[in-house]
Design a binder for this molecule. Structure first.
Ligand SMILES: N[C@@H](CCC(=O)N[C@@H](CS)C(=O)NCC(=O)O)C(=O)O
Length: 252
C-alpha cells in the first residue's frame, strides 16, 4: 500500500485534496502547516515544495505539489473511487484533465486576487482595481460553472468528481469577499449538496480541529491582513502583530 502524508492548512485549497482522500477512503497521515509560524517557509518544507505552499502530498516518500496534479494522482491511485472519469479514451481523458487544470490555472489564481488582493498589490487604489478586474473575470468563469450545473447535478454531469471538491473550496473562499455569489443559484445549491457528503463532513471536521489548535496558539491566519512574507520570521512577526492588536482591542 502506498504511504500518503498530506500537508494541509484549514481554509486553504488543501481542502480539495483532503476531500478526495476521504472520498477514496484512503489511509493517510495529516500534517498541519502553521503559516503564521512560517512553517511553509522553513528549509525542510521548501526542500519538499520550493513554492512554500499547501497542499503537498508525500506519496511513498515522493513529494507532489499542485492541486490538479495531486488530484489526478489520487484518481489513478484509487481507480475504484472514481475521483475522475478516466480510462474513457485519450481524448476524453484529456478533456477531463483540462477541466482540472482549468480549476488550477483559471479559478484558483483569481480566488486569491479577490480574497487577498494585498498579496499582489501594495498600492490601495491598484489593489481595489485589481480585485474588481479579477471579479469580472471570475464572473465569466462562474457563468460556465452555472451552465454546466444546469445539466448537472455535478460539474461533469451525473457523477461526482474531484473537480466538485475543487469548486467547493472556490465558493467557500469567495464567500464574504463581496463577490456576488447570489448570481449563481445552481452553484449555491452545489455548495449545499457538497456539505451533505460524509467525506466532506469528515474533512471539515479535521479542519475545524486544526483551526482550534491554531486559534489557541494565536496562529490562525487572518486573510484580511495576511501578506506575502518570504521568511519564517516575516510570518512570526505578522502573527505577533495580530496577537498584540487583538489583546489591545479586547474588552478588559
Ligand atoms: N498552484 C498551487 C497553489 C497552492 C496555493 O496557492 N496554496 C496557498 C493556500 S490556498 C498557499 O499555501 N499559500 C501560501 C503562500 O503563498 O505563501 C496549487 O495548485 O496547489
Amino acid at each position: 500500500m502506498t504511504s500518503l502524508r498530506l500537508f494541509y492548512a484549514p481554509g486553504t485549497c488543501s481542502r480539495a485534496v483532503m476531500i478526495a482522500l476521504e472520498e477514496a477512503g484512503a489511509e493517510y497521515d495529516k500534517q498541519l502547516v502553521a503559516y503564521m509560524n512560517g512553517e511553509h517557509r522553513m528549509p525542510d518544507y521548501l526542500a519538499l515544495n520550493p513554492n512554500g505552499k499547501t497542499p503537498l502530498l508525500i506519496a511513498d516518500g515522493e513529494p507532489i505539489h499542485e492541486t490538479p496534479a495531486i488530484l489526478l494522482y489520487l484518481a489513478k491511485l484509487f481507480p475504484e473511487a472514481r475521483l475522475l472519469p478516466l480510462g474513457r479514451g485519450e481524448v476524453r481523458d484529456a478533456q477531463t484533465i483540462a477541466h482540472l487544470i482549468w480549476c488550477g490555472s483559471e479559478l484558483h489564481p483569481n480566488v486569491f486576487r479577490i480574497r487577498i488582493p494585498q498579496f499582489f498589490c501594495d498600492h490601495p487604489e491598484g489593489r481595489a482595481r485589481q480585485k474588481e478586474m479579477a471579479e469580472d473575470s471570475m464572473h465569466d468563469k462562474f457563468a460556465i460553472i452555472e451552465q454546466r450545473l444546469e445539466r448537472g447535478p455535478w460539474f461533469l454531469g451525473e457523477d461526482w468528481s474531484a473537480i466538485d471538491a475543487y469548486l467547493f473550496w472556490v465558493w467557500f473562499r469567495l464567500d464574504g469577499t463581496g463577490f456576488e455569489l447570489d448570481r449563481y443559484p445552481r452553484f449555491a445549491d452545489h455548495y449545499r449538496r457538497m456539505q451533505e457528503r460524509p467525506a466532506v463532513q469528515r474533512a471539515m471536521a479535521v479542519e475545524q480541529s486544526a483551526g482550534l489548535i491554531l486559534r489557541e496558539q494565536g496562529l490562525m491566519v487572518n486573510f484580511d491582513t495576511f501578506t506575502r512574507g518570504r521568511t519564517p520570521e516575516d510570518f512570526q512577526a505578522q502573527a505577533a502583530a495580530a496577537q498584540s492588536q487583538s489583546v489591545g482591542s479586547s474588552p478588559r
